[in-house]
Write a protein that binds this ligand. Sequence first.
Ligand code: AMP
Ligand code: ZN
Length: 466
Amino acid sequence: MLKFYNTLTKSLEKFKPHGEIVGLYTCGPTVYNYAHIGNLRTYIFADILRRVLEYNNFKVNHVMNITDVGHLTDDADQGEDKMEKGAKREGKTAWEVAEFYTNAFLNDTKKLNILPATIICKATDHIPEQISQVQILIDKGLTYETNDGIYFDTTKIADYGKLARLNKQTLKTGARVAMGEKKNPHDFALWKFSPKNEKRQMEWSAFGRNGFPGWHIECSAMSIKFLGEQFDIHCGGIDHIPVHHTNEIAQAEAVTNKKPWVNYWLHGEHLVMDDKSHSAKAQVKMAKSGDNFITVQTLIDHGINPLAYRYFLLQTHYRKQLQFSWEALEAAQTGLNNLKKEIQKLPTASDIDTDIATATEEEFLQAINNDLNVPEALAVLWSQVKTKNISQKTVAKWDRILALNLLYNSEKKILTIPPEIQKLLDERALARADKNWAKSDALRDKILILGFVIKDTDQGQKISAS
Ligand code: AMP
Ligand code: ZN
């Protein structure tokens, strides 16, 4: 039985999808800078979620957006657009900045064995969809206009803030929120007008003036477009609970008149680091706005394999805060190398007693199905590896979730072709026989993400580790 902790109900719930295909939406990166390894912790958590669903034989339609416009430096709708700020910093256009950091992000995710979403969609490619949702909200009388934009009036929604259990009364009287012309502290921008004397690089004509979408509307518009008016799972980091996801829910449920918009809300805890600005020991969340954030390239420059970082993360449950340190990463790298060495000594499938194998697989499955308890699943793997009560075939199967390339060594020689890769290779051979080149290419890309390069030769497909 697959169970998740649902932020919406604050409880562990059995997972029941709407239909045959699970709709999963992940809030994607804001592409004005490199993703830091804190951001990537959230995407690895989402990747584990997706892999666990697939391991349980669900088909998953995974949508992830790219925020390439509208995310302001202040979450309360003030400040500069992060993209335009990035453009000034780098002397490029906002469009160039977006393209560069989108590619950098996708490259980083590849290095961490994060599967690409089924659909990756950019906010700037979906402006008409966003305008249309804002128009519906205007027509329903849920908005008001100020000098700088069109705002959602949160007092018109009885259950506003249900995800974060926001106490509206306290916030009204006690909050110190930059209000501008907003009527209520929680009201948020659906559409911002371009400043009167300034030509923005990214702007569109709508609602009688040039402007750009507020940060939240892109996720409601694109998720509904690709996953329908109600879908199964929405995830992101915990910082999204009180503002971004709360506002997404308000918009989407008001647009569609359907509740709940999303059944399961899953949130990953933060990666934190020592706060160097304080003399007393304190931790802060790793943040792009901070100066000393760490990227995948920083890891590589320190001699840390990105998959050792993945292994480091998998040792802590996604709902627990995790403290970054180089010592802990080095220990994780040693641990992963040792694990792989031990795996090389394991027997093949035929040598293991079937009853033992079944019991072990059951233990592993129970761990991952219990709100993605990967640390416990890793403990199962380690104990079985130590007693040699597990075959390489089972390790290959479990690595479909862990994605640590457990079956090839550091020289990247393949020890075994994992069964799921063989299945994809067989499928691709059939696609090629049918001259279905699109499918063949898609399968080649999928196999590449899983760590293997294919060469088509006269003798058929030749595979090697990437
Ligand atoms: P952003 O690119 O800033 O829009 O953030 C992308 C994702 O990273 C969001 O889901 C955030 O919640 C998440 N995030 C931001 N900082 C951290 C952190 N220090 N640890 C884990 N996740 C984070
Ligand atoms: Zn979002």
